[in-house]
Design a protein around this ligand. Sequence first.
Ligand SMILES: Cc1cc2nc3c(=O)[nH]c(=O)nc-3n(C[C@H](O)[C@H](O)[C@H](O)COP(=O)(O)OP(=O)(O)OC[C@H]3O[C@@H](n4cnc5c(N)ncnc54)[C@H](O)[C@@H]3O)c2cc1C
Length: 295
Amino acid sequence: MIASFLSQHGQYHDDRYFRDITTIRMGGHIRHFVLPNTVDDVREIISFLKHNKIQFKVIGNGSNLICGESEFDGVVMCLKNLDSYEIQNDEVYVEAGVLAPVLANVLAKQGLSCLEFASGIPGCLGGLIYMNAGAYKGSMADVVKEVLVLKDDELVWMSNEEMKFSYRHSVLHDHPHWVVIAARLKLVRKPSEVIEELMADRLSRRRQTQPLDKPSAGSCFRNPDDGYAWKLIDGIGYRGYAINDVSVSEKHSNFIVNNGSGKADEYLQIAYEIQDKVKEKYGIKLVMEVEKFNC
Ligand SMILES: Cc1cc2nc3c(=O)[nH]c(=O)nc-3n(C[C@H](O)[C@H](O)[C@H](O)COP(=O)(O)OP(=O)(O)OC[C@H]3O[C@@H](n4cnc5c(N)ncnc54)[C@H](O)[C@@H]3O)c2cc1C
């Protein structure tokens, strides 16, 4: 019954694994995986899942998720097919499934400043808004005008203030069943060359400092209030530390990477060891930025 309903509202798969749909390439079988075709499909699916009390998870590009090996006996709904955008004067209307680097490049070519800070963040707009993703002192909070959210079967435009953005946090963390459908972002005109140069510079800094050649979920920990997580991890001697195929990156010690057949429990064991040792040595509690799911 679930499979046939989902097939009517999107691309349906029963043979997907979390390792296929997350950037860290870890995790077990997903019983039902669906990519809805339209906003109406998202509404219909969510209402069906809630009515039938079926557990579900909405995802974008899976770039902040650490998923376990056991089967997820529910529905994973990926919004990547909601991938349209429209530039209207000083704003862009963008659907949740658009990849941030794709939109950043389109805007740059048209001389529109907005997502330079996000041009190297490999997530979809819905995921970036959920996380208030950011880099180089910019974050989604700076560019979001308003967000179209599917709340309890109703589509509601929420203002920037109502999104309650703070460091890697938004109001969505308190409402796991609300779904970002689209957003309006502010645009500022600037010469394309200036925007493209800034993006190229940041991309080259990322390439120099981050292990972009290995599967990861980005930074494992948030930076503490006055400092950097990587310095604390270096301080306890964990750069390069490994359990089987999972290791703390030699290039950036706040990245934990998958060197082949790594598993979430190995990733988490390393992360917990780091938390314990940093607490013991510095009295600081490192908070995970990555999200554990189904483990
Ligand atoms: C190499 C690398 C570099 C990175 N660099 C950065 C960086 O510089 N700055 C930074 O902040 N992050 C960074 N990240 C982490 C990650 O890309 C961000 O957290 C991003 O915002 C996640 O987007 P996503 O679409 O992949 O979300 P997912 O991982 O798919 O989901 C993350 C969370 O968002 C929720 N979610 C996703 N879409 C929706 C939606 N439409 N509605 C409601 N909830 C939703 C999910 O349920 C989940 O809880 C990096 C990751 C990698 C792999």
